[in-house]
Design a protein around this ligand. Structure first.
Ligand code: GLV
Ligand code: MN
Ligand code: MN
Length: 400
């Protein structure tokens, strides 16, 4: 039995406080580098200091809390930015649970624990930007050229934190491993009345930005046969990928066109341009590659059949990731101790910073249930008792 005892009220109080930065009802709007994201990071750095850890913002705004000395230790945490319409627990839970366990460990006299709140996990500038840079998967010079959907560059965005950030990245060599606690964001635990998920793998993801160019024209005078309508090109592209992916995918494969900008977006104008981002996820890299090839072929054929141009940019990829067996065993033992017979192994269909961090050190993840399986929505929620249980499992496995 571990001697690390978390304080449930302190955990919940800090979670509620973090929600207040950008709160919208039960949900949150706190995109990376927004004023409320930076304010939340400053507040977190104060909590980290209070916990007896040294807060450090790295050059891209990832916030670390490092224990005194230069001994090696375990790293706990997640991200504190949110989707443009986000839930209050996605990322925030792993950060505050990590902080709670770290300060409870200080009170227990050890072991030393470090914490992290990664920046832009939610992909304002592409998937998992902060941890992708820290892990070495994305060179900083390349990241600086990335833009968000409004055209703002990553370099400009991070300059808004310049006064806070150090020039050097934290040395990953000082960490023995990384454990990320997270809400499940899907229906499995909730629908089986289970309380803890021990993650075995994280899906891989690809995403690509497209611009379709046609001919902007009058919606009353341009005959259908003569139109080069960019929006109709997108509709054909989306329908074709739905049809053709059917031969390649498994029931677990997913693909989404979630961001679309139509130009000029006016009732009486045939759209001349549409920009959109398409994203696809699967546990097998080979399948992701086949989907890429099929999609590019469909783009070329749609362009030809409709007299349109399809321009591709900003391709990004994160490989499927296996969790570390040794760290998983520690979580399994703790889960069996605190939630006997009420936990399961499961893959993660959501992306997590742990996928990038696995390039640097052993990683593992634990899930708590999401009510109704809802996430990336203001309605996202988890029962307080499950938030507390997850933090207890985390405390128990780091003490093991
Ligand atoms: C991260 O939130 C994801 O999109 O899976
Ligand atoms: Mn998350
Ligand atoms: Mn998310």
């Amino acid at each position: 039995m571990t001697g690390i005892t978390i304080e449930p009220n302190r955990l919940l109080k800090d979670l509620y406080k973090l929600r207040s930065f950008g709160a919208r009802g039960n949900g949150v709007v706190r995109p990376a580098f927004s004023d409320c994201d930076i304010a939340a990071r400053k507040w977190l750095s104060e909590r980290i200091k209070e916990a007896g850890l040294n807060p450090i913002f790295d050059p891209v705004g990832n916030l670390f809390g490092l224990p005194p000395g230069d001994g090696k230790c375990l790293l706990l945490g997640s991200h504190s930015d949110t989707q443009p319409e986000g839930g209050w627990l996605d990322g925030a839970y792993g950060v505050i649970a990590g902080l709670e366990v770290a300060r409870a460990a200080v009170a227990a006299g050890g072991p030393a624990i470090a914490v992290v709140a990664f920046q832009d996990e939610e992909g304002r500038f592409g998937p998992l930007t902060g941890s992708r840079i820290w892990s070495g998967a994305l060179p900083l010079a390349d990241a600086d050229k990335l833009t968000d959907t409004s055209g703002l560059s990553f370099a400009e965005a991070r300059s808004s934190m310049a006064g806070l950030c150090e020039e050097a990245f934290v040395d990953p060599g000082r960490f023995t491993g990384f454990i990320e606690a997270h809400i499940e964001q899907g229906p499995v635990l909730d629908s089986h009345s289970e309380t803890i998920g021990v993650v075995d793998s994280i899906v891989g993801i690809r995403s690509e930005r497209y611009c379709i160019r046609g001919q902007q024209n009058h919606a009353g005078t341009t005959p259908m046969a003569l139109r080069r309508d960019a929006f109709q090109g997108l509709v054909q592209f989306a329908n074709e990928i739905n049809k053709q992916f059917a031969d390649i995918v498994t029931p677990a494969t997913v693909w989404t066109i979630g961001h679309v900008t139509l130009h000029p977006n006016a009732t009486s104008i045939v759209p001349g341009r549409v920009e959109f981002i398409v994203q696809w996820r699967d546990a097998e890299e080979e399948r992701l590659d086949r989907m890429t090839a099929v999609m590019r072929d469909i783009a070329a054929r749609t362009a030809e059949s409709r007299g349109l141009e399809f321009e591709r940019s900003a391709f990004s990829a994160i490989q499927p990731t296996q969790m570390d067996r040794r760290l998983m065993t520690r979580i399994e033992v703790a889960a069996e101790q605190l939630a006997a017979g009420n936990w399961r192994h499961m893959p993660s269909g959501a992306l997590h910073d742990a996928a990038n961090v696995s390039r640097l050190m052993p990683v593992a993840m634990l899930f708590v249930p999401s009510i109704g399986g809802v996430s990336h929505d203001f309605a996202e929620d988890t029962a307080a008792e499950h938030l507390v249980l997850g933090a207890r499992v985390l405390a128990t496995c780091i003490g093991a």
